[in-house]
Unconditional design. Sequence first.
Length: 97
Amino acid sequence: MGAYSRAATGVGPGIDARDKPSAAGGDEFADLVKGALEEARKIGERSEHLSVEGIRDNADLNQVITAVAEAEVTLQTVVSVRDKVIEAYKEITRMPI
C-alpha cells in the first residue's frame, strides 16, 4: 500500500508516530517520486510505440490519439512538478541562515 493510499484510508502509524520525523518517511517519498517518474517514462514509451505502429497502419487511430494525449498530460505534469521543485529550492536558498 503506497503512502497516498495509507493517508486516504487512515491506515498506518498513529498520530504520535506521525509527529516524529523518520528515515522511512523520506524513503517512502523517494519511492513515490521514483515510481511516478518510472510510470511517466512507461507512458512516453507506450505513446512512442503506438505512434510508430499507427504510422505503419498497425494500430487503431483512437488508441494512438489517446496514448499521445496521455503522454502530453504526463509531460505537462512532470514539467509542473519540476518547476515547483526549482521554485522551492530557490526559496530555500534565499532564506537567511
